[in-house]
Ligand binder design. Structure first.
Ligand SMILES: Nc1ncnc2c1ncn2[C@@H]1O[C@H](COP(=O)(O)OP(=O)(O)O)[C@@H](O)[C@H]1O
Ligand SMILES: [Mg+2]
Length: 354
């Protein structure tokens, strides 16, 4: 491996940035975190930290001057910030992918444009759009999601037959949303792909995800998916990565229907909670591969060496730490957050299996 003495700037200071900074450190790559929150998880492990708003041009300029290449650890960084930084230093993944994954309407349009199936969907800008769409779909229920800024089930409403349409619409308090048909899925999987500057790709095997209160609770590798569907999921991930000229890591969330079809749910232009198991169970983790790809190193081997189960520690779950400490093959990761608020991701545990 070539020695890489680059400084990687990361926008966002959460646990994804933290684990990327830790992976970078192992490779001898310096990181510089940019985040408006003092004491954020990533700032506690990175050698350099700028605490400033994403709109602060002066601070952004100084940050860009101090680093060689820039990435981001969550998709709600203002597009303007990325476009401004792109004029100063390379930013990966580039703004096209960010723009698509920031807006569920653009995301679905993009996926369908490259023949990747999604749930039936329609744009929604007023309550009447829901009525018209449900009539044309001949159903009384759907999920309505705000086009932007949704995560962990926030910004969505499950509209049932008995619900009042205008109440469902106004509960979202938004101007733009997507109406989605409900997929009667068997289970959910995700697949993570890394692509380097030369266009070489590494695909992690798909994993099964279980959610609790709309937040990822557990991830299982291997997923109980037949080989043909594993190959299909990998093919979809490759197709997306090529179409957006990906540099870095991207995650695709999929529904597996009861009759064995894969339907794309959403894409994230970044490392993902469902890939945390790769730190302990794969030769090269999703975080290392992200750092490798954006800093110009070749993509590393994603092969798992163990089966694994990842458990998120959310809010009070942190009280279960002692149980995990006693478990053989349980590897604990904590994010340095001092207050265990409800719904807050405090850490995770990977349990390696045979
Ligand atoms: N069209 C759908 N049909 C059935 N379940 C869905 C649908 N869309 C979302 N869900 C459920 O809600 C969860 C969160 O939705 P998602 O679109 O992934 O938003 P988030 O950004 O909050 O992760 C999904 O993981 C799935 O369990
Ligand atoms: Mg999701």
């Amino acid at each position: 491996m070539a020695v890489n003495s680059k400084t990687l700037g990361i926008l966002g200071g959460g646990q994804l940035g933290r684990m990327s900074a830790m992976a970078a450190e192992r490779l001898g790559i310096t990181t510089h975190i940019y985040c408006p929150e003092a004491g954020c998880p990533a700032s506690l492990v990175a050698p350099h930290f700028t605490c400033a708003k994403y709109e602060d041009e002066q601070a952004l300029k100084e940050f860009a001057n101090a680093v060689d290449v820039i990435s981001y650890e969550f998709e709600n960084i203002p597009l303007k910030t990325i476009e401004f930084l792109q004029t100063l230093k390379p930013v990966y993944p580039d703004s096209k992918l960010l723009e698509v994954s920031q807006n569920r309407l653009k995301e679905k349009e993009f996926l369908n444009s490259i023949d990747i199936p999604t749930a039936p969907w329609a744009p929604c800008r007023k309550s009447d759009d829901i009525k018209v769409t449900l009539e044309s779909w001949k159903t009384g229920q759907c999920i309505i999601k705000t086009a932007r800024f949704g995560y962990d089930g926030k910004g969505q409403v499950f509209h049932r037959d008995s619900d009042n349409i205008s109440d469902s619409w106004s509960s979202l308090n938004t101007e733009e949303a997507v109406i989605e048909g409900i997929i009667d899925f068997d289970f959910e999987v995700s697949i993570i792909i890394a692509r380097d500057l030369q266009g070489q790709m590494a695909v992690y095997p798909p994993v099964k995800n279980e959610h609790k209160n709309h937040i990822l609770d557990k991830t299982f590798y291997p997923a109980p998916l037949p080989e043909n569907l594993q190959a299909e999921a990998a093919e979809m991930a490759r197709k997306i990565a090529d179409a957006v000229n990906l540099v870095g890591v991207l995650t695709l969330e999929l529904f597996v229907t009861k009759d064995g079809a894969l339907i794309a749910n959403e894409i994230a232009p970044r490392t993902h909670n469902s890939g945390h198991w790769t730190i302990d169970a794969c030769k090269v983790s999703q975080f290392e591969n992200h750092v490798r790809c954006v800093t110009g190193l070749s993509v590393g081997d994603p092969a798992p060496h163990s089966a694994a189960e990842m458990h998120n520690l959310i809010g009070d779950d942190i009280e279960r730490l002692e149980t995990y400490e006693k478990m053989e093959n349980a590897y604990i990761h904590l994010y340095g957050k001092t207050e265990a608020r409800k719904g807050r991701k405090m850490g995770h545990v990977t349990i390696l299996k045979e």
